[in-house]
Design a protein around this ligand. Structure first.
Ligand code: PLP
Length: 389
């Protein structure tokens, strides 16, 4: 009897989330992938080994996670990194000094910081544009453009970029479309089916889903890009550790159960906030008032648990943040527990104030990551926290 789940492509999402990483454990038949806490592997002779030489290059626990993310994104190759930023930094090593990259102007604060404070000084050139306006993406491309990087939905403005249109622009310039799929997850959005070339995640967020690990993952279809990324993975070494890989694998096994509840809670709370505060203050792609609601419905199969609401001033935001009881004031998102944060002073503090103002990240903005608690309890909490505003 073999427990190897070879033909995973035909199985549906939930089945692949649970089984795609599996390989037979020849020693004991362990049903779950063992955590291979080892730095090296015994070799049988010179040039003779079991396919494993040193654990920066390959680790069986990490490989189980890499197979899983490749399967869930509908890709051929998966890579697991020490963090989302470590993952993106390694992806950027696909490029060279002088290459030009078009990046969404409202991306994760740490993404902008990596590009602006580090990679720019190594000779990569960046243009930041509103990627919801696809003509601006096209206008920003130059003969040196090698990649377009988009996050959709964006953090914290919840803007949606048309992935198929962005892929067309990228490919017309012989450039890659790189998508940060952290917010939607492969459960709600499949960027490869819209033409993406590289998809990556902060696995710290929804994929792991339990707020107990820092990890990043990438998926690639093209064999050449995969071979280059594989080389970078080993050569630059920002690899995920075996225990972190195991935790993310365990988290992913319930991704298809968690996401619908994040989505239910997100929709309910967004609807309540829109009613209470006015729809124009609430950014949630599932609301009909969202400027790209139709695109979101066409491109995503669910809207998730992320909501941004503008309460007007930092003082009012602080009032809400201090009053919540079930939501906790913290950075990060995508865990089973609900979190609330103030993007301007937290996740996007590394974005200069003028730039924040320019792209619309206001001092009165509060971001909610709705967890998977019972909807009525979250609604009660939000209701009491927003009372008196
Ligand atoms: C958190 C986050 C990152 C960075 O990932 P880390 O795991 O924290 O390094 C990148 N993109 C998005 C959208 C994120 O939310």
């Amino acid at each position: 009897m073999t427990r190897v789940f070879e033909d995973d492509r035909g199985a549906a999402f939930g089945t692949r989330a649970i089984h795609a990483g599996e390989r037979e454990d020849p020693l004991a038949g362990a049903i779950m992938p063992p955590v291979y806490l080892t730095s090296t592997y015994v070799q049988q002779g010179l040039g003779e080994n079991k396919g494993y030489e040193y654990a920066r290059g390959k680790n069986p626990t990490r490989e189980a996670l890499e197979r899983t993310i490749a399967s869930l994104e509908g890709a051929q190759h998966g890579f697991a990194f020490s963090s989302g930023m470590g993952c993106l930094d390694s992806i950027m090593k696909l490029f060279q000094s002088g290459d030009h990259i078009v990046c969404g102007e409202n991306v994760y604060g740490g993404t902008f910081r990596l590009f602006d404070k580090l990679l720019q000084h190594l000779g990569l050139q960046f243009s930041y544009v509103d990627t919801t306006r696809i003509e601006r993406v096209a206008d920003a491309c130059t003969p040196n453009t090698k990649a377009i990087i988009v996050e959709t939905p964006t953090n914290p403005l919840m803007q949606i970029t048309n992935l198929s249109a962005a892929a067309d622009v990228a490919h017309a310039h012989n450039a890659l479309l790189i998508v940060d799929n952290t917010f939607a997850t492969p459960f709600f959005q499949q960027p490869f089916s819209h033409g993406a070339d590289v998809v990556f995640h902060s696995a710290t967020k929804y994929l792991n889903g339990h707020s107990d690990v820092i990890c990043g993952v990438a998926a690639v279809i093209d064999d050449d890009i995969a071979a280059r990324l594989q080389f970078i993975h080993n050569a630059a070494g920002a690899v995920a550790g075996p225990f972190d890989s195991w935790l993310v694998l365990r988290g992913i096994k319930t991704l298809h159960l968690r996401m619908p509840q994040h989505d239910r809670n997100g929709r309910s709370i967004a609807a309540w906030l829109a009613e209470r505060m006015g729809a124009e203050r609430v950014r949630y792609p599932g609301l009909e008032s969202h400027p790209q609601h139709a695109l979101a419905c066409a491109q995503m199969t669910g809207m998730g648990g992320m909501i941004t609401v503008d309460v007007g001033t930092k003082e009012k935001a602080n009032q809400v943040l201090k009053k919540v009881r079930i939501f906790s004031l913290a950075e990060s998102l995508g865990g089973v527990e609900s979190l609330i944060s103030h993007p301007a002073s937290m996740t996007h503090a590394s974005v200069p104030p003028e730039r924040r103002a320019q792209i619309g990240i206001g001092e009165g903005m509060v971001r909610l990551s709705c967890g998977v608690e019972d909807t009525d309890d979250l609604l009660d909490d939000v209701e009491q926290a927003f009372a008196g505003l």
